[in-house]
Design a protein around this ligand. Structure first.
Ligand code: CP
Length: 306
């Protein structure tokens, strides 16, 4: 990956994904340096975040750079009616790289069209969350020792959950078997099923979160039902608690199974799972720091090992 933006995981080929994961491994061993001395990174969060924003900002701080930005767009001139285009053009005067989260699908792509400054998409509506995907891949490879040939079970909100969309796009390079477990209303969008069909990727669609599905899995990827994407709150109430993982459901799962969740969780994973060695979601979030150090340096064209 040369100096440029990261908007969607499908902008990266297999080789570029693996390069970024190797770079993240380097940063896990060497998290502190002066690689970003003199650089300013802007974090523009038009939607709430804990992990993504703080891990990006920690990544910059640990590499010696400086951070500007906002975590609440109501404190920016957006609240006075400034357009996204003008905001991006203004911030481009001040920063070497812009990390942005926006509620509109395509907002990050649009931003790349109005500035020469690299843009990192930190989530655009229900569309994509590529930095989350890189930390997910990093976590999968670290816990399973490989990315090839794994059975990945995605559970919950597969319609609005942007992390599962990005993960499907990334894992297509690594011959996965997918289990998609959701209610019919929150099913994986047809375009992703069509992609699997085109590429000959095996997948199974379930409404039942059965022991057979759990026990066949290498990775259980639990997701939150995305309340903020529902126009009808009654519909959200009806589907929000359909799938909850409890510790007793893991009794016959593979010893190497790991449970991932992009977080935040609401009711999808009972807290009695947290002490099970197969629970990996807090370590997964920690891996986000190294994945984001890899992305920032790659987008800025900085080679960490020189
Ligand atoms: N996983 C994730 O995007 O978390 P935040 O919304 O807290 O950034």
């Amino acid at each position: 990956m040369d100096t440029h933006s990261l908007v969607a995981i499908d902008d990266l080929n297999r080789h570029e994904i693996l390069d970024l994961l190797d770079r993240a491994s380097y940063f896990e061993k060497n998290p502190n340096s002066h690689l970003l001395d003199g650089k300013v990174v802007a974090t523009l969060f038009f939607e709430p975040s804990t992990r993504t924003r703080l891990s990006f900002e920690t990544a910059v701080n640990r590499l010696g750079g400086r951070v500007i930005g906002f975590s609440d767009a109501s404190t920016s001139s957006t609240s006075k009616g400034e357009t996204l285009k003008d905001t991006i053009k203004m911030v481009s005067n001040y920063a070497d790289l812009i990390v942005m989260r926006h509620f509109l699908e395509g907002a990050a792509r649009y931003a790349t069209e109005v500035t020469q400054v690299p843009i990192v998409n930190a989530g655009d509506g229900a569309n994509q969350h590529p930095s989350q995907t890189l930390l997910d891949l990093y976590s999968i490879r670290k816990t399973q020792g490989r990315l090839e040939g794994l059975t990945i079970t995605m559970v919950g909100d597969l319609k609005y959950g942007r992390t599962v969309h990005s993960l499907v796009m990334a894992m297509r390079h690594f011959k996965p078997v997918f289990n998609f477990v959701s209610s019919r209303e929150l099913a994986m969008p047809q375009e992703y099923l069509d992609l699997c069909d085109e590429l000959g990727i095996e997948y199974h669609v379930y409404t039942d979160f059965s022991p057979e599905v759990i026990n066949s899995s290498d990775i259980l990827y639990m997701t939150r039902v995305q309340r903020e994407r529902f126009s009808d709150i009654m519909e959200y109430e009806r589907v929000k608690d359909l799938y909850t993982l409890r510790n007793d459901m893991l009794a016959d799962s593979k010893p190497t199974l790991r449970i991932l969740h992009p977080l935040p969780r609401v009711n999808e994973i009972n807290i009695d799972v947290d002490d099970n060695p197969k629970a990996y979601y807090f370590e997964q979030a920690h891996n986000g720091l190294f994945a984001r150090q890899a992305i920032i340096t790659a987008c800025l064209g900085i080679n960490p090992e020189k």
